[in-house]
Design a protein around this ligand. Sequence first.
Ligand code: SF4
Length: 447
Amino acid sequence: MTTGGTAAYQVHIETFGCQMNEYDTELVRSLLIARGFAFTDDRERADVVLMNTCAIRENAHNRVYGHLAALRPIKKQRNLVVGVLGCMAQNLKQELMDQASVVDVLVGPDAYRKLPDLLTQAIQAQERGLTEKGLAVDLSEYETYEDILPQRAEGLNAWIAIMRGCDNFCTFCVVPYTRGRERSRDPEGILREAEHLAAHGHKQVTLLGQNVNSYRHDGWDFARLITAVADVPGIARVRFTSPHPKDFPPALLDAVADHPKICKHIHLPLQSGNDRILNLMGRTYSRKEYLALVEEIRRRNERIALTTDIICGFPSEAEEEFLDTYRTVREVGYHQVFGFVYSERKNTIAGRKYPDDVPDAVKSDRVTRLVDMQKPIALQKNRDLVGSAVEVLVEGDAKKSSTQWMGHTGQNVTVVWDKHGAKAGLGDLAQIRITHASVTTLYGYEI
Ligand code: SF4
């Protein structure tokens, strides 16, 4: 394939997992384009297939193994370099670098700068009929890719990683081992990135970190940073994910409650509503402390929507302990609940110390009960908005019809309305009068 008159190796990249991985894929694109690689959406035409992987959930894990198996016959027919990036690369290096594996290059989240050279070596080795495996999985205490401007797709939404790594060591979580110690980026670089995004038409920015509340850099904390990003001209909305409930500073609550451009939505992972399980998880807050934080958030601004993550079937979780979680979820009344079955991750504290002893059927049943309980709560919250006007960022065509617009409220609820008669266009903030509601979507018309 030729790009701008120069022969360029074609790279196809697939991203699994969280928004941080989406962001890292943009970094990788930038690093490879600077070294003359080109990108293709068509895997069949690619010289290199990269998978940016996630090690947090079993599901993402299995999908990566499925994709690797599908590449084996292609590799038998032609030259193809296969690379695994991200958390699985870091966590499962031995397994993935096995001689029999189809993987040629394995690069962890702190070593992406080495990727262009490793790919070039693997490609050149294949061209000589050889196999050369490349590995770069060193964790760094300093790497924040400060000088790399991620190569983004067009669109209204963009992410900025404000920090990397995590020092919390929740016992179920692999992130501190795959992404290393916590590091915060220089606020000046973050603000430059936000200004660049605004200049290129991105209206909504999501600030990313494993625990954004721990952001610290030369006297800056997260409250100061998010306020400064929200004040960048051209940025209409700022979101963030995720804060840890253990240290939610009052200044941040004030910023979320009061700044007109910071969305009234906090994703506040509860994980369990039982103190013994919370303790085993290493979450360092109790149910009571979590509920006090929820009360404080709502006291400052009752419009702030809360969403959460719950793990069902953590080792030794008894039915009564799950019911504590169930009751806590009902009591808080979240806008959305993401329920996950516990899956043991290699190299975590829980993986080493606690036998994965809750049967799969019990774990799944608990998730189902949570989801069933949550649906009418979400429906009621949406129905409460019928008759009122909400502010929505116009993000694109509705999924089901190109004659309708789709966007989200600041609380992150999807809104759909007719284009006919609408004044606001893509990227504008529109006022929508809500006429009816489902569990997941609000419907209305522009006023
Ligand atoms: S805060 Fe806990 S769950 Fe979140 S990334 Fe860090 S260790 Fe994992």
